[in-house]
Structure formats: structure tokens, C-alpha cells
Ligand binder design. Structure first.
Ligand code: ADP
Ligand code: MG
Length: 729
């Protein structure tokens, strides 16, 4: 080796050698498979071709260690196993003319062969007529023994009807391919993306995808739902709620029909689900299926995105799912080795016709944009009779208008009050408290009636209102994905069970945030402050980049708020910086980060420093605005603004801390200067939110870390023991 490096290469042309066949195959396989998600796509297509109604995927290390797909399809006959992974073996074509007619997904018989060249491939399969399942292992396209010493023949084994394909150590023998891959979490994200898209295209098939060793799947869809339900389930209510639908085909009337060509069968049909003007995101989510294959086409994507120009704000994009069926003879899938990029005849005319139709639907259904937010009035004191939520919500067809409780229109607010006066600076000043959503007893009952998802939890846990699922936002930032994964890594399973299936008993001590819950026959004393701090952190991560907003009206100046907090801080100003300098520093930080705060956290600060909105983490729960000055102040020193992941984490931790339902200062209910009626109403509202918003959300969303067990959840009694005590009395 060393010699060769030091001596110059011999002159003249180098002899051409034939590459070893296995090397050629390996290179070719890398072209086709490219990354774990591509392999999975092929395997999913095979399972769908085999008529499966249930497809379960298990992944380890982003698919590099393990990629397993179990289906309940027709299975593979034992006699076909020996040639299964040879190149150009397929059950789907036999003559050349078939090739262009094929409508099932795979058609070149290359997927399994390719995979076998770059991984350890095992197939377990059983057809209905077989008495047992057969297991076969492959390498380089051929059957190989499962372990040294045995034969390569398929072995009989137990198994269900269908096929389980296990791909292990993908790219173990092609180190360059392996090193070109991103981290396992990014590869896993791509895998999820493929599964989700196929799940939407096949709502009749149940898809489950999870990491090996994890109990909860990351994708789970039922068999037999419809496209709309599937989109809702996977991409969330925000998209699901604003979906439009259209069908177009070559038969449809259109101005001048240039597409049809009588000589050939140019007929086609398309179906699309796409968001209205009410939905927008930074990046277009685009699902394109042509003849039931997931494909990519930048041209089609651009053309369809263009119909939103003038409908969505600049730089914003929609969600769109388009399924197009064409005569397979007109499709050319071989423009790209992975068959992902597709072209077809009359492409432009067909896309034009689809765009026109979608645009018609879009424009006719989207006359005005609809915003969803909660508004908090910071401009004055709400009258003490003011009940009901200050919630503005327009045109949400699925949501009942709130009939009870007159809402206070902003016009009834005394004009004199300046925003900065609305921030509590002492225990005696309760004005902001009085503006939190209040709920009277009749609403509590109404809330109970509105319980929608019956049977999910014991009846004693009442629901405040129609609960909408808080979906995890789609986020491709590695930092956010890492933080999300970190949450699951420290999950405590038993505690999860306790919290998921708890029954709320009561608040024991409001100032110290203690509540009692029951699980099975045990009673637990929990620190709902600590639980909700973790909950709000996780809800923040979950909705990263896609928050609803709490709008502050009128928007208070952040400088005023920060000044209040800094002034109240003991010891501030005694160091190198004076108090005004500290305030300047914090305000500068916040204003210079305003773009980022707005984009990722829906925290809007105007250029002149007015705080217009803060993120809404949980519907029906409003944080204690008394803590707003402290929250803003802490954002200065407590958030690590220098590196992405730390910044997101520390920001969300601060946000969660701000959201904790802890009274700011010990309650002095005997305080004579306070309006006792207001104080009581506030306390009632706060308690109501803890019971009806926070605890249900803890049950539903909290992934509790083990650390909570250290001091925040304590078993105080078991009911059988208690009964025994009573019996003795
Ligand atoms: P292609 O799908 O292009 O035919 P593949 O290499 O992907 O080529 O698969 C080869 C053959 O193996 C298929 O034609 C099919 O007969 C069989 N096969 C692969 N996966 C499955 C499966 N999950 N269930 C039943 N048969 C399968
Ligand atoms: Mg195939």
C-alpha cells in the first residue's frame, strides 16, 4: 500500500477489467435503494400488490439496523422462494408488452434483488393453502443458510398468512452509501413520511409503524377509514378541518379540450384533497400518486402551488394530496433509476386542467381567510359579572357557537386603563386575574354534556369542551426531533399508565399545587405544578412551529413589562449593569429575535416592541398573565440564544414555567382591598382549569419522565387498606 502511494502511476492506459458481478450489483442496488426509506417504499408496494389489509413496520436505528415489514397478503409460494431475490424475477409481467401495461407497483423485479445485495434479507411467508410458513434467507440474490452448517433451503416454521420481510444491516457492505446517510432520526423521519403518505393513499389498509422496542407506534391507522379521516389522523386537525376536495377527468367539460386524442386512449382521472385559504405553512406538503405509486414531480408541484398565489400570503404554502390515474402506457417511470421522478404524455395539458378545476373550488370556497385565536383583553378591567370566555372564533363549522354566558365586548372596557397598569405588581392588585376565562357552574355542567369521545376515560373526568386532538406538528429540524425523542427516552411506563387512567379526586392545596388522583385502587398525591410544567414543555415541543395564538389586546409594550419585572427583582442593578441597562439588554434580545419567535412560537412582537400574541399551548387554559413580566424578563438570561437546540429547549422550558397554574404569590384571601367576589370567581376559574383542562391533558399527552416519581407523585393510600381502617373503626 505504502509503495503504491509513493510511486507514480505507470504510464499509458490502465487495463480495463470486468468488475466482479456482485460489485456491479451492489452499485446498482445502491442506485435503486439509496436509503432505508426507499427500500421500505418498495416493500410497502409489494405488500399492497399482494392484497394486504394490514401492514406493520418496525424500525431500528433509522432502518439501518433493522427494517421489518409484516403483511397479511397472499404470501409467496414455497416453490418461488429460491428465485425470489434474483434480478428480474417478478410475478407481475412475463412478456415485453406487459411491461407497459402493468398497473401494479413494481414491475422490474428488482427491489428484493437489490435489497439482498446490500443487506441481510430474511423472508417468512405463508400462503393460505400452505400448512406452515417458510423461512428463507438471502444474500447477493441467492438463498443462503440461516447459519453456518445448515442448508440454504427454506425452513418450515410457524407463521400467519402473509409475508414478513426483514432487512438487517442495510448497506453494511457499501460503506460510502452508509456514510452518505443522515442520522438515524432523520432516516426514521423519512420512513415515517413514506408510511404516512401510503397510509393516506390507502385508507382501507391499516398501517402501523414504530421503532423496535417501543410500545407506542408513531403511525397507526385503522383499516377501512376514508381519505379525509386518514389525512386528519395523520396530518392533524388543522389540515383536516380546512380540506377541499375535487375530482377531474378527461371526460369533464372544459373550454377547449385539447387533451383528448381519439386514436389513443388518453383518458385519465384525478382526485385531490387540498387545503383552503385558511391553512398555510412555510413548506408545501405535497403527496403525489400516479397510478398508485408515490412519485415526485417538481413541475407538477410548482404548477399546483401556483394556484394559491394571491390566496395565501407570500411565502406560504398549502397541503395537497393528488392521485392521478392514467393509461400506464403513457407513463414513463424510467427517467430516474429509483422510479421516483415520473413523466407522462400530455403532462402539461392535463396538469392545466387539474389546476383550473382546483382553482375554481379554492376560490369559490375561500372568500375570506379565517383565523383562530383566543383573545385576552389586557386593556382594562372586565366587569365582575363578565362570564364566559373571551374567545374569538369565526366560522368553524364543526364547533358549536357558545350559547351561554354573555361575552364582554372590548368596547365595554373602561378606556382610561393603560396596559402597563394591568400588570400586577403587588398582591393587592388583582385586576389581571379578573380577566381570565371564567366559568360558572352551568358551564361546567354543559362541559360535561359535551363530552365527545365517550368511553375513553371514566366519566368522573369531565371534559371542558369538544376536545380537539393536539397533533404533533411536522418538523424536519433535527434539533426539534432530537428533543422530541429525548422526551420518549425517559418515559416511565408505570407512571404513564397511572396518569393515563387516573380519576381526578380534587385539589388539596392550591398554592402548593397539590392534588389527589386515583388510579385503580390507589390514591396518589401529585404536584400538578410539576406535572403541568412538564406537560406544557411537551405541548410546546409537540406544536413547534404550528401554534395557535393568544392575542393580547391592546398589545402591551414589552419594555414596560420587562421593566416591571426587573424592578421587582431583588438584587438586580447591584451588579455591573444598572436596572435600565438590564432592561435594554433583554428588550434588545427579544426584538432582534422577533422573526424567529414569531415563526416557531407564534410569539409576535411588533417592530416597535409591542407584544401582540403569545403561543396557546392548550385550548381552554389561559396562563396567569401576572407572570408575563417575569416570563419576558427570564427569556433574556435564561434562554441560550446561541445554539439552535438549546435555544428551543430553554425557550420552551421558560414558556412551560410561565404556563404553570401556580398562584404568583401566596394567596391572601383576607386581603380587604381586594374585591372578594372577583377573587372568588378567579379562584373558581383557576380551579376549573386545573381540573378540566390540565388533568385531562396530562392523561392524554404527558409522557412522564421517571424523575417525576422522585417527589411529585406519591402514593398516599391504597383503598383496600383504607377500607380495612374504616372497618376497624
Ligand atoms: P416486483 O415487485 O417488481 O415484481 P420485487 O423484487 O419487488 O419485484 O418482488 C419480486 C416478487 O416477489 C414479486 O413479483 C412478488 O411475486 C413477490 N413478493 C415480494 N414481496 C411480496 C409480498 N409481501 N407478498 C407476496 N409476494 C411478494
Ligand atoms: Mg416490488
Amino acid at each position: 500500500m505504502a509503495d503504491r502511494d509513493s510511486s507514480p502511476p505507470p504510464p499509458g492506459p490502465q487495463p480495463i477489467r470486468r468488475l466482479q458481478e456482485s460489485v456491479i450489483n451492489r452499485i446498482a442496488a445502491g442506485e435503486i435503494i439509496h436509503r432505508p426509506s426507499f427500500a421500505l417504499k418498495e416493500l410497502i408496494e409489494n405488500s399492497l400488490d399482494a392484497g394486504s389489509t394490514s401492514i406493520k413496520i418496525t424500525v431500528k436505528d433509522g432502518g439501518m439496523k433493522l427494517l421489518q415489514i409484516q403483511d397479511n397478503g397472499c404470501g409467496i409460494r414455497k416453490s418461488d422462494l429460491p428465485i425470489l431475490a434474483e434480478r428480474f424475477t417478478t410475478s407481475k409481467i412475463s412478456t415485453f408488452s406487459d411491461l407497459s401495461k402493468l398497473t401494479t407497483y413494481g414491475f422490474r423485479g428488482e427491489a428484493l434483488a437489490s435489497i439482498s445485495y446490500v443487506s441481510n434479507l430474511t423472508v417468512v411467508t405463508k400462503t393460505k393453502s400452505d400448512n406452515c410458513a417458510w423461512k428463507a434467507c438471502y444474500s447477493d440474490g441467492r438463498l443462503v443458510p440461516a447459519r453456518d452448517g445448515s442448508t440454504a433451503d427454506p425452513k418450515a416454521c410457524a407463521g400467519n398468512d402473509g409475508t414478513t420481510i426483514t432487512v438487517e444491516n442495510l448497506f453494511y457492505n457499501t460503506p460510502t452509501r452508509l456514510s452518505a446517510l443522515r442520522g438515524s432520526s432523520e432516516e426514521y423521519a423519512r420512513i415515517l413520511d413514506v408510511v404516512q403518505k401510503y397510509a393516506i393513499h390507502n385508507p382501507n389498509v391499516s398501517f402501523v409503524c414504530k421503532k423496535a422496542g417501543y410500545a407506542t407506534p408513531d403511525v397507526s391507522t385503522p383499516a377501512g377509514s376514508d381519505t379525509k379521516q386518514a389525512i386528519r389522523l395523520i396530518y392533524g386537525q388543522t389540515i383536516g378541518k380546512d380540506l377541499l376536495h375535487a375530482k377531474v377527468s378527461s371526460e369533464d367539460e372544459s373550454g377547449e379540450d385539447t387533451v383528448m386524442d381519439d386514436e389513443e386512449d388518453g383518458s385519465w382521472s384525478a382526485e385531490a384533497y387540498f387545503t383552503s385559504a385558511n391553512y398555510q405553512s412555510k413548506k408545501m406538503v405535497f403527496l403525489l400518486f400516479i397510478n398508485h405509486r408515490l412519485v415526485e414531480s417538481l413541475r407538477i408541484k410548482k404548477a399546483l402551488e401556483a394556484i394559491y398565489v394571491g390566496v395565501l400570503p407570500k411565502g406560504m404554502s398549502p397541503f395537497m394530496y393528488l392521485s392521478l390515474e392514467l393509461d400506464p402506457e403513457r407513463v414513463d417511470v424510467n427517467v430516474h433509476p429509483t422510479k421516483r421522478e415520473v413523466r407522462f404524455l400530455d403532462e402539461e395539458a392535463i396538469i392545466q386542467k387539474i389546476s383550473d378545476k382546483l382553482q375554481n373550488v379554492l376560490v369559490s370556497r375561500s372568500q375570506s381567510r379565517v383565523f383562530e385565536y383566543q383573545t385576552l383583553l389586557t386593556g382594562g378591567i372586565a366587569s365582575s359579572q363578565a362570564k364566559g370566555k373571551q374567545k374569538e372564533r369565526e366560522v368553524d363549522s364543526e364547533e358549536q357557537p357558545e350559547e351561554s354566558g354573555p361575552s364582554t365586548p372590548s368596547t365595554s372596557i373602561p378606556k382610561k386603563a393603560l396596559p402597563q397598569h394591568k400588570v400586577r405588581t403587588s398582591t393587592k392588585d388583582r385586576t389581571l386575574d379578573s380577566m381570565f376565562p371564567k366559568v360558572n357552574s352551568s358551564q361546567i355542567v354543559k362541559g360535561a354534556d359535551a363530552t365527545e369521545d365517550e368511553g375513553e376515560r371514566p366519566e368522573t373526568v369531565r371534559r371542558p369542551s369538544r376536545s380537539t386532538e393536539i397533533k404533533e406538528s411536522e418538523c424536519f429540524l433535527t434539533s426539534v426531533r432530537t428533543l422530541r425523542e429525548a422526551v420518549h427516552k425517559v418515559k416511565h411506563h408505570q407512571l404513564t399508565d397511572i396518569l393515563q387512567n387516573h380519576i381526578f379526586v380534587g385539589i388539596v392545596d392550591r398554592p402548593r399545587c397539590l392534588s389527589l388522583i386515583q388510579h385503580a385502587k390507589d390514591l396518589y398525591l401529585v404536584n400538578h405544578g410539576a406535572l403541568s410544567e412538564e406537560l406544557f414543555y411537551q405541548l410546546g415541543l409537540r406544536q413547534f412551529g404550528n401554534f395557535n395564538r393568544i392575542r393580547l389586546e391592546p398589545p402591551p409594550p414589552i419594555r414596560t413589562l420587562v421593566t416591571l419585572a426587573v424592578d421587582a427583582e431583588e438584587g438586580a442593578g447591584r451588579g455591573k449593569l444598572t436596572k435600565p441597562q438590564i432592561v435594554d439588554k433583554i428588550v434588545d434580545i427579544l426584538i432582534s429575535r422577533r422573526e424567529m419567535l414569531k415563526e416557531y412560537f407564534a410569539m409576535t412582537i411588533s417592530a416597535d416592541g409591542l407584544l401582540q400574541s403569545i403561543p396557546l399551548l392548550l385550548k381552554d387554559y389561559t396562563p396567569n398573565l401576572d407572570k408575563l413580566p417575569m416570563f419576558l424578563m427570564r427569556l433574556g438570561p435564561q434562554v441560550d440564544w446561541t445554539s439552535e437546540m438549546e435555544c428551543f429547549e430553554t425557550f420552551l422550558r421558560e414558556l412551560a414555567f410561565f404556563y404553570v397554574p401556580e398562584p404568583l404569590l401566596p394567596d391572601e384571601s383576607d386581603d380587604e382591598t381586594t374585591d372578594a367576589a372577583i377573587a372568588n370567581a378567579d379562584e373558581e376559574a383557576a380551579r376549573w382549569q386545573i381540573q378540566h383542562a390540565i388533568f385531562p391533558a396530562i392523561a392524554k399527552y404527558l409522557v412522564p419522565p421517571k424523575s417525576l416519581l422522585d417527589r411529585d407523585v406519591v402514593q398516599v393510600a391504597s383503598l383496600p387498606d383504607l377500607y380495612r381502617v374504616f372497618e376497624r373503626c
